[in-house]
Every structure is written in C-alpha cells, then in structure tokens.
Design a protein around this ligand. Sequence first.
Ligand SMILES: [Zn+2]
Ligand SMILES: [Zn+2]
Length: 300
Amino acid sequence: LEFRVLGTGSANPQLGVHPSAFVLTIENHLLLIDCGEGTQYQLLKYKIKPTRIKYILISHLHGDHYFGLIGLICSFNLNHRTEPLTVIGPEGLEEIILAQLKYAQSKLSFELTFLLTNPLNTENVLIESTFTVFSFPLKHRIPCTGFLITKTAPPRKVLADLLPANFAPVYYKLLKEGQDVYDELGQKWYKNSEYTQAMGPKTFAYCSDTIFDADLPKYFPNVDLLYHEATFSEEQVDRATFTFHSTAGQAAEIAKMAKAKQLIIGHFSSRYQSYSHFLKESEAIFQPTMLAEEGLNYII
Ligand SMILES: [Zn+2]
Ligand SMILES: [Zn+2]
C-alpha cells in the first residue's frame, strides 16, 4: 500500500503549491483521492499513468477537491481511453460533470459510472478483490466524507525456515491456504498454526476538510496511516472553527484518539510560507507525524 501526495494546498491559490490530490496504490490498483485543479499535470509530472486509475474518490464539492476532474475526464477521452472509470463522490457531482460533458457535446470513449457517498453515515462504497472502501461523514460547511481503505489480509505467510529443505511444493501450497498437512497415513505432520503466520490487513484513512470532530476516530480505530487536514496552526484555532477546518494540534488529537500508527497532515492555508511549526505542534501530541510533501510516496 503506497500513498503519494500530489497537492498540499487549500482553497486559496498559491504559486508552486497544488490543491488536494493523492494517489493510493494497492498492488496493481490505483485510486485517485480528490482531484483539485491541475491534477492531470501533477500526474504527468510524477509519471503516473492516468489509464491505470480505475477509481476516483471525491470528498466534497469545494473546488480545491474536484475542479481538476472534468479536465482529467476530457483528457481520458482525447486519448481514447477504453477502460471503465468509476467516480465515487457526493450528490451533485454526477449532475455537474454530465452537464459539462453535455454542453461540450462530448461523447465518452469509455464507460463512466458514478457511485454516491453518504454524508450522514458510514457506507461501504466499494468492494474489490484485494481492498474495500468505506466512506464516513466529516463535519464541514457542505456535505463531505472521508474514506477508509482497507487492503484485505493477504494469504498466510509460510515460515519456510522451519520446514525441511525437501518439503514438497504441494504441501507448501496447502499450508499457505491455511490447512494442516497430513502424511499418507492421515497423521498430522505440520500444524498450520505452527508453520504459518497471519498477515493482518492494512488500513488507510483520509480525512479531508473537517472541523475537529471527536466522533471521527471510531471510523478508523488503529489505522495504519491517517491523513488529516491541518489548514491552520493553533494560533488560528478560532478561524479553523469558524471555517469548519482543523489545526495541526487537532489533527494530532484525532490520530491519538484513533491509536493511529502514523499521521500525515496537509491542506495548509496559503497564509503560511513554511510548516515547521505545524509539525512541532502535532508532534507534541502525536508521533510520528509527517508533513505532506508534494511528490513524496509514503509506504504503509
Ligand atoms: Zn479544501
Ligand atoms: Zn472544503
């Protein structure tokens, strides 16, 4: 599971800073999470093949989270994309995109499907063979959801060091499938629990724009990596509350309450030129915290 940051900014444009867009790689699947203005240029810059993106998740309809979507869809069309694309987002998104396509008289070369998130309750929006996506409600000025992505547990890991060198591949396969291995007389040879180890699922939670909400951690307990917005630092806590955003310290509180393993903060306001105090503020409450940095790939 890999999380790549394409944008660290918020709504106000700032030279050299891009709005929210992230790519989550799960084995051979690529998920684009939010699609701020110019995301397609960021995909080009970081050499991410857009045709590999099968799913796009949109948290809410503030422009810094989806104004890049119509451009990306139109470029897919220009390049004669044939792979189906599923966009998962709030009510209204399908209407907006279809209106833009209608008045451009664009007929798509690929199948475009929209799935709705639920701004009031957690909802299972996608089940794939190796991962699932749940949306969960965030508290923002307009309907907004976060996403929990779970990479389902891989097959058990066989502890090969404990097995004899001539161990038959057919028995190895049985162990990997979770079975005990018997000999020809039907007597147990190798107990699965002694010769294999369970590999836990991996989880990633994305908290886009939200006011501090103590209810949030219940949606992603013990998450492996939490991304949480931190638009302001603590001296602007009133402004954060007024605009339904969070501070770095509040993001850290959420990570602490969820018993997250790591935290990444981003969506910084354009009023700041450096973010070192964001890091300090968050680390005082939760470690390890990382600042979202454009282009960086975080391994989960
Ligand atoms: Zn935003
Ligand atoms: Zn917003």
